[in-house]
Design a protein around this ligand. Structure first.
Ligand code: IMP
Ligand code: MG
Length: 177
């Protein structure tokens, strides 16, 4: 199968939008420290770019959950692969996600994290596919709402590849004769 990649959101547009989100977060959290939770692996690029542009003090922690196998379809099962290193109690937490699709991952995660008694808990996602929602999630900061297409790049993978593309692309497959 031949893989085709089409650019959906070019690098400059992603960077510009991340800058705007960082400005908004910096305003909203003025006088406070913001504790960013990066959801590995997909959110790593977004978290770094966002954190670099936030002007209030930032602390970081990492968590890994999986709901997808090596396919473009969700298995529907959310599994915690790596937990946080630090407690959340009393912290102003923002969960940083790459994309919200069915909402299953975030629904599970937000419930799990809120039980750890953070002072506040918000959600920031680079991409959102609202059409695909099965579980309700309240998103506080959204980079881009996108149509229902399988995207790669800026941290997002297809079978672990393409995470390092500096733009958001759509992957499609063509039979080779
Ligand atoms: P959800 O639990 O269905 O909302 O799925 C969220 C997770 O599925 C994301 O964190 C991604 O890892 C993965 N995912 C969903 N849609 C895409 C996509 O279009 N490209 C790559 N990964 C995706
Ligand atoms: Mg993910």
């Amino acid at each position: 199968m031949k893989e085709n990649i089409r650019v959906m959101i070019p690098e400059e547009k992603v960077d510009q939008r991340i800058k705007e989100l960082a400005e908004q977060i910096s305003r909203d959290y003025e006088g406070r420290t913001v504790h960013l939770i990066c959801i590995l692996k997909g959110s790593i690029f977004f978290t770094c770019e966002l954190a670099k542009r936030i002007t209030v003090p930032v602390t970081l922690d990492f968590m890994s959950v999986s709901s997808y196998g090596n396919d473009t379809k969700s298995s529907g099962v959310v599994k915690m692969v790596k937990d946080l290193d630090e407690p959340l109690e009393g912290k102003d937490v923002i969960v940083i996600e790459d994309i919200i699709d069915s909402g299953r991952t975030l629904n599970y995660l937000l419930e799990n994290l809120s039980s750890r008694k953070p002072a506040s808990l918000r959600l920031c996602t680079l991409l959102d596919k609202p059409e695909r929602r099965i579980k309700d999630v309240k998103v506080d900061y959204t980079g881009f709402a996108i149509p229902d297409e399988f995207v790669i790049g800026y941290g997002l993978d297809y079978a672990q590849r393409f995470r390092n593309l500096p733009y958001i692309g759509v992957i499609s497959f063509e039979e080779e004769n």
